[in-house]
Structures are given as C-alpha cells and as structure tokens.
Design a protein. Structure first.
Lengths: 296, 87
C-alpha cells in the first residue's frame, strides 16, 4: 500500500463547465438529437482549445493502444458529453433513456442477509443512472464520493430533476468523510462509491493497463470493518439512449488489520482494476477520468 | 472517569491501534490535530480503525460526519466525547 502523492490525485472539480452544462439543460427541452448535434461543436471546442483539460484522457487512450490523435480524443470527449446529456435526460424523467438492469441477481443475493452492501462503481458510461436502480432492494441507499460539481451546475441538474438522486452522506477527500458510510453499512444499508478515483491518503498500487496506478482502498477497509459485501457494478451505453448495468461476483473482505489488511486491499484493488480493464476493452471510449491517472 | 487517566489510556490504545509506537511522546500530545497535515496526518483508514476502537473499548458510536470531525479532532476532544457519552 502506498501513501499516494496528493499531486497525482484527482483535484476535485468535475469536467464540464457551467455554460456547457447549462447549454445542455436548455437543449434537452428541445430534444436529444439537437442536443447531440450541438455537442459536436462543444466537444470540438474542448479538444482544440482545452488541450490541458483533455491531457489525462489522452494518456488513457495511449495506454489503451488507441493513440491520442485528434479523433480519438474527440470521440472520448463527445462520449463524455453524451453521458452528461443522457444523465440529465434520465433524471428529468422523460423516459427517453432506458437502462437494462442485469445486476439484480447478484445484488439481491447479497441483500438477503443483514449485511450492508458496498456497490463499487467506476467513472464508466452512466454510473449515476445505475445509482437510481439501487432503490429497488428495500434498503436505504447513499453515496460517498468526491464528484463535487460546481454549485451552479448542481442547481441546473436539480432544476431538471424528476427522479430523485441518492443522498450524499460524505466524501472520500476527508479522512472522517467515510464514517457516515461505516454507520450506514453497520445498519445494513447500501453505499455506492467509486473505486477508480484516488484522492490522496493510502492507496493500493496495482497494474492497470500495464502500468502501476494508485487505486483507493476505502471501500475494502469499510467492508473489512463492517462485514459488508462488495459488488462491482458498471453501467455502459450500448447504443443510443440505451444503457446496460451489470455486476461482477460479490467480494468479501475479512476482518483484518495492519499488514494482512493491506495485502487483502491490494488483492481487491487488483481484481477491481482487472475487471475495469475488461470492461474498457469492450467500451474504450466510456471511461471518464480526465486527470493524470498514472501520475506520469 | 478521570480525564488525565483516560487521555493516557487513549494515547496507548491509539498508538497500538494505528502502529504509531515509533513516534515520540510529544507526537501524541492531547492537543495535536489527529487528521491535519500539520498534525499527525491520519487518513480515512485510520479514522475507521479509531471508530472501531471507540466502539469496542468504550461502547460508543460516532456516525455523523460533522460530529466525527469534532470528536476526532485531537486526543483531548476524543477524551471529552467519551466522558460525555459513556454510559
């Protein structure tokens, strides 16, 4: 386990910008196709004039062996824009965006006991849309994470919202931010959090796309301390307006301490990274971590 | 419960729980900030270990994020919290 350099960690502010998102929200009132059309130019603007903002994505594309030329970067940024539009459309309740839930059997199985459940996601496809599907298991669902959007952007989404979002009860950027999740899991609730965004503190350094990278370990430590099950879930866009969410087999982390816990966290992070890589092999333009993930 | 005795006990328990035995005694002064970069710089893993220690040793839970931030600010604030909440 490493104490990761905070300079290499994600630095909080989400990618998108107030005007870009306001534009999207307005255009959704006209329709998805006009919104996707405008996105052609918005995405091009970012790729051409915000090269620094796209640098992290370019590095990822190189690691995937796709090259970091204009069209590859454009495709990644355009897909990211689509995911934002789809998210606004989904939560506005218009019914245009469909998400096929293939996770039910896996999550239902771990919900049958009294244990808490950690749903571990990545910044792939429509992860926020997947979150809305967790409410069907008859348990309270909360999120912890650091996707702190600009306050004005959050206001736009709230204005458009018809489907309730999950309650955020803490963030992983603060040391004590995980404690509400601890309490929730001990009560048998469901916590959704990310496993692919390192924000400082201790990390597991594992190979991801053939290069070592830091992955956060809070989820695994929480599971160890609360006996919660971990289910890794992904939600990808399969075609226009249609998403699919699916889960890998659940993981259990034993009640361990010190070196034994470090080792187990490393194993879990490695499994998470391998699963994520297998998803990205199929959907390479749907991973939206636009920062220097490998610290190069 | 005597506060000084409790603070001494907490220093021992925290040191053992978080493997801080190599730190000098001054490092675990009751007023040193536990989670601040200019204090002990503990992280979320340490926070979870401390919460478990609090539950198993003193039977006290802390779930609220803001309450936890204040409670775990220093060994002194932790001791005060235990004195106020121990049944």
């Amino acid at each position: 386990m490493t104490n990761g350099d905070k300079k290499l960690a994600w630095t909080v502010k989400s990618y998108g910008g107030y005007w870009g998102n306001l534009c999207f929200a307005l255009l959704l009132r006209i329709g998805m196709y006009p919104a996707y059309f405008l996105l052609i130019f918005v995405a091009a603007f970012f790729v051409i004039f915000r090269r620094k903002a796209c640098a992290g994505g370019a590095l990822y594309l190189k690691k995937m062996g796709l090259g970091d030329g204009f069209w590859q970067r454009y495709k990644l940024v355009y897909n990211f824009g689509m995911s934002i539009l789809d998210r606004v459309a989904f939560f506005s309740g218009g019914g245009k965006i469909i998400c096929h839930d293939k996770c039910f059997d896996v999550i239902k199985k771990v919900c049958d006991g009294n244990r808490g459940v950690i749903v571990l996601t990545a910044h792939v496809g429509g992860w926020q849309i997947a979150g809305a599907h967790l409410l069907k298991y008859g348990r309270k669902v909360s999120i912890i994470g650091m996707d702190n959007e600009d306050e004005k952007i959050a206001q736009i989404f709230e204005r458009e919202r018809a489907i309730p979002n999950l309650e955020s009860i803490g963030d992983t950027g603060e040391a004590t931010g995980v404690l509400p999740a601890y309490s929730a899991l001990k009560k048998g609730e469901i916590i959704a959090m990310h496993g692919d965004r390192f924000a400082g503190g201790r990390a597991a350094n594992v190979n991801f796309l053939q290069t070592p990278a830091n992955f956060p370990i809070s989820a695994y430590v929480l599971a160890s301390k609360t006996n919660a099950a971990i289910v890794q879930v992904c939600c990808v866009r399969e075609k226009l307006f249609q998403y699919k969410m699916f889960a890998f087999e659940s993981t259990h982390v034993e009640n361990l301490r010190s070196l034994a816990l470090e080792k187990r966290c490393g194993e879990c992070a490695e499994a998470f990274a391998d699963n994520l890589a297998s998803v990205l092999k199929q959907y390479p333009y749907q991973w939206f971590n636009f920062y220097n993930f490998w610290g190069e | 419960m005597d506060r000084n005795a409790l603070i001494s006990e907490l220093k021992t328990k925290i040191s053992q729980t978080l493997n801080l035995q190599d730190l000098g005694e001054d490092a675990l002064d009751e007023n040193v900030k536990l989670f601040s970069d200019d204090g002990l710089g503990l992280d979320s893993v340490d926070a979870l270990e401390l919460v478990v220690m609090l539950e198993t040793s003193y039977g006290i839970s802390v779930g609220d994020k803001d309450e936890a931030k204040n409670t775990f600010s220093s060994i002194g604030t932790l001791a005060d919290y235990i004195i106020a909440n121990k049944k």
